[in-house]
Design a protein around this ligand. Structure first.
Ligand code: HEC
Ligand code: HEC
Ligand code: HEC
Ligand code: HEC
Ligand code: HEC
Ligand code: HEC
Ligand code: HEC
Length: 637
């Protein structure tokens, strides 16, 4: 009976009949409680049934001996299910070490990589998955998705095409064929292949009433310069896309030089902004002013660093004791307004963020933020090793196109800093639209977006990739798009203000505080400013720029301490981070700072003045409003 039972358990598991497999494994264990194979099979079935904590307990008892790829995969899935992302990821990686072709592990890791933006790694793994029999379709779709986010649209198209060719129904995947085909259409449009895009649209079937199909058709026809047909298709697309006016178009990148002739003023100011200058590479590096003499390592007297121009390149030479190490700079990130950090390769070709950065203050050449003071390995005196994805992520936030590292270093046109097409999306369709008189500009229009959408757009770079950051984190102030939304000014006004209420995205920050304080006063005066239109009118205007507005009927709260000026100093103070140097930021979590707020010139003690003034305002508010401020204020204290 015994060997038969075990074989039955095994084959039930292979048929994915978890219940039967578990039952048979238990029967074996009744006769032979220590039978390792059955214990393991039982653990697997428990994990497969989704009982994560039971399965993990079971595996803990089993011990690490003889864990196969399948077990490590299941442990990884259970950990992920419990939100232990890093541990889960490690288990999945170990599963692949054990069996590089373990399809489910590859699949799970690619999905994680797509989420965490480890896209180069995800693409590599998806490529491997796409070569495993019966996983080709799924692997190709994932590969297409990774390539699409990498803006490698030609390769994305090839991957989506392969999936649809292998199985037009995409059986065994949880993808709808129409979604994948639409992605294929977008990839074709992004590389300027409207004919191929139209062929795919015809496969989907034009004539139904899917507005997205008509919208895509309008773009394909626009690229073919068939303006009448494109306009008709656009009409049939109805309101498609209007909910997200900032969305990037499926179009060719054309470069910001193309925009200058028509948007002269915006281009001029944008070009000189820190955004546009937040990277240097290629020939631009020749003009980088380097330290005139070797820099002593700030934490090790036996180490010196020399940065020098050599044959058109910038080279870092670090002397560590009697060792001489070299690295070649590929990019310098940061405009220099606060800092500049070089990223390059050591002599083995490995990418490193270099150890010495430039800072715009009294100690200009110093340890790069976040680096270990005393590295163990002498090569780490050149800088911290970076995965290709890490460097790609720097580029994604500091440049306009988001190419892979290999592409970026070999490209004929090196990446530029954050410019037009990073925020507005590629401009190819726009140039066609303007040329033929298409009814819409066919480019991202964040001007028409909701404040939430604008915060999200800016948050692509101005918030952490992982949104969990606490107000108590001393580094939170660097991430304005994470901290600003904590403000009650934002949460309690429903579309009342966003980043672009205070910032012109094409210029550097406005340092004249009165300009920003006018924004505060639009909401924080006893009566709406008489000259401008009423609050409700502002709120209903589609153009959100500079429109700070309270929702209709909201109560107007006035500062009890200083009702007319100087708001920023007290409510958005400049904060020095523990990072040292010029790393001071403006706290965008607009609130009352009891710890730092001091009236400027007043003989009464701060608390006295604050106390009496706020009592007065609260009383006034209570008189006017059926919903007195006193309550909210009291509960907050
Ligand atoms: C040939 C002139 C021309 C060129 C070149 C041009 N634009 Fe435009 N752009 C226009 C015109 C005209 C409009 C207004 C269209 C309308 O209102 O429908 C416009 C509108 C826009 C808008 C929408 C503004 C809004 O919110 O309503 C953006 C964004 C934009 N252009 C960005 C760009 C970028 C980026 C480039 C370079 C890639 C560029 N433009 C190149 C003429 C041009
Ligand atoms: C692609 C990434 C990216 C996006 C998207 C982005 N930013 Fe930035 N932003 C940066 C980087 C990088 C810097 C630092 C520039 C430097 O090196 O000094 C910066 C700097 C700034 C600054 C400081 C400028 C100064 O005077 O020094 C402001 C203000 C700003 N961004 C606002 C915005 C707003 C508002 C948006 C959304 C409309 C936005 N950013 C979207 C990457 C981005
Ligand atoms: C998620 C987007 C993002 C990534 C990834 C990113 N940066 Fe930045 N970086 C920014 C933004 C935004 C700023 C501007 C901060 C500010 O002024 O508020 C900035 C500023 C800087 C600065 C100027 C110093 C400062 O604090 O203003 C340097 C130097 C820099 N980054 C280097 C790098 C390097 C090197 C990498 C990769 C290892 C990298 N960044 C990755 C978004 C990013
Ligand atoms: C950091 C993101 C960012 C960058 C970079 C950027 N824009 Fe904008 N742009 C926006 C946002 C957000 C708005 C809407 C707010 C506004 O109009 O000020 C906007 C608005 C516009 C408008 C409409 C303005 C109007 O007055 O109608 C045009 C045109 C435009 N951008 C063109 C450009 C061009 C050209 C470039 C490159 C030189 C560029 N943008 C770079 C974010 C950006
Ligand atoms: C209520 C007005 C207001 C809003 C809304 C606002 N900012 Fe700011 N921001 C400021 C002020 C004021 C400064 C500091 C200007 C100075 O240096 O004097 C600033 C500075 C910055 C800087 C420079 C670095 C720093 O922290 O000093 C960045 C980057 C920035 N803002 C990004 C954003 C982004 C992104 C958003 C939207 C999520 C946003 N801001 C929303 C008022 C605002
Ligand atoms: C779009 C309208 C709007 C704008 C603009 C605005 N606020 Fe507010 N703010 C509000 C609302 C609404 C509340 C909540 C008031 C209440 O009910 O107590 C609030 C609350 C506050 C509070 C109290 C926060 C707390 O934690 O109790 C402070 C302080 C404040 N705002 C300061 C400012 C400053 C300073 C500015 C300009 C930099 C500003 N606000 C801009 C609407 C706005
Ligand atoms: C000298 C520092 C200082 C200045 C300047 C200042 N405030 Fe205040 N503000 C405070 C303090 C402190 C409180 C808390 C008072 C209390 O609750 O007793 C406060 C409270 C507030 C509140 C919340 C009131 C309530 O009842 O909930 C708002 C809104 C506000 N300030 C807005 C502003 C605006 C707008 C400006 C600029 C016109 C401004 N403040 C200027 C220190 C200041």
């Amino acid at each position: 009976v015994f060997p038969g039972l075990r074989a039955q358990a095994r084959s039930a598991y292979a048929r994915r009949d978890w219940r039967l497999a578990a039952e048979r494994a238990r029967s074996v264990l009744k006769q032979s409680p220590g039978d390792r194979e059955s214990l393991r099979l039982l653990a697997r079935t428990i994990a497969r049934e989704g009982k994560a904590s039971d399965a993990l307990d079971f595996y803990a008892n089993l011990g690490p001996d003889g864990m196969e790829a399948e077990d490590l995969f299941l442990v990884g899935k259970c950990l992920l299910g419990q939100q232990h992302i890093e541990a889960g990821q490690n288990a999945l990686t170990m599963a692949l070490d054990r069996d590089p072709k373990h399809a489910e592990s590859l699949n799970a890791l690619v999905e994680l990589g797509l989420k965490s933006k480890d896209l180069l790694e995800a693409a590599g793994r998806a490529e491997r998955l796409a070569a495993i029999p019966s996983w080709e379709v799924r692997g190709s779709i994932l590969l297409g998705k990774a390539r699409m986010v990498l803006a490698d649209h030609a390769k994305a198209a090839a991957a989506f095409e392969r999936a649809l060719r292998l199985d037009p129904e995409l059986r065994g995947t949880d993808e709808a064929p129409i979604t994948v085909r639409k992605n294929l259409v977008r990839s074709f449009l992004a590389v300027g292949k409207p004919t191929e895009a139209r062929t795919q649209l015809e496969r989907i079937g034009i004539g139904g009433n899917d507005p997205e199909v008509f919208w895509l058709l309008s773009r394909a026809m626009l690229q073919q310069r068939q303006v009448d047909a494109a306009t008709k298709a656009l009409e049939r697309a109805g309101s498609f896309g209007r909910d997200h006016p900032e969305t990037a178009e499926p179009a060719l990148f054309v470069g910001s030089a193309k925009c200058t002739g028509c948007h002269t003023d915006i281009c001029r100011s944008q070009k000189n902004s820190h955004h546009a200058q937040s990277i240097r590479t290629g020939d631009q590096l020749k003009e980088w002013a380097l330290p005139p003499s070797p820099v002593k390592d700030p934490y090790n007297p036996d180490v010196t660093h020399t940065l020098a121009h050599e044959d058109g390149r910038v080279v870092l030479t670090s002397r560590v004791g009697d060792q001489t190490l070299r690295a070649f700079v590929d990019y310098v990130m940061g405009s220099g307004n606060r800092a500049r950090t070089p990223v390059g390769r050591d002599e083995s070709g490995a990418m490193r963020e270099l150890r010495i950065s430039y800072y715009s203050d009294a100690a200009p050449w110093d340890l790069t933020t976040g680096h270990t003071e005393k590295p163990e390995d002498s090569h780490a005196y050149l800088g911290m090793p970076q995965s290709a994805d890490k460097v790609r992520r720097c580029l994604a936030c500091h440049t306009t196109t988001t190419p892979s590292v290999a592409q970026a270093t070999n490209a004929k046109t090196p990446p530029v800093g954050v410019s037009c097409e990073r925020c507005h999306g590629p401009g190819g369709n726009h140039l066609d639209a303007i040329a033929v008189g298409f009814p819409v500009p066919a480019i991202g229009q964040p001007r028409l977006s909701t404040p939430e959408q604008v915060v999200q757009l800016c948050g692509q770079c101005h918030s952490p990739p992982n949104p969990v950051i606490a107000p108590t984190d001393p580094l939170a102030v660097r991430l304005q798009a994470a901290t600003f939304p904590w403000s009650r000014c934002y949460t309690e006004t429903k579309n009342g203000l966003s980043c672009i209420t205070c910032h012109d995205p094409h210029k550097n920050v406005e340092t004249a505080r009165a300009a920003n304080e006018a924004v505060c006063l639009a909401c924080h005066t006893a009566a709406p400013p008489s000259s401008s239109s009423s609050a409700t009118e502002l709120a209903s205007k589609p153009d959100r720029r500079h429109a700070a507005s309270l929702p209709a009927g909201a109560k107007r709260v006035v500062c009890p301490v200083e009702p007319a000026r100087d708001c920023i100093r007290c409510h958005m103070p400049v904060v020095t981070t523990p990072l040292g140097h010029a790393q001071r930021f403006t706290d965008h979590y607009i609130r009352v700072h009891r710890e730092t707020t001091k009236p400027e010139s007043n003989s009464a003690s701060p608390t006295e003045r604050v106390g009496s003034a706020s009592d007065r305002v609260r009383r006034e508010a209570a008189d006017q409003s059926p919903n007195p401020t006193t309550e909210t204020a009291a509960t907050r204290n």
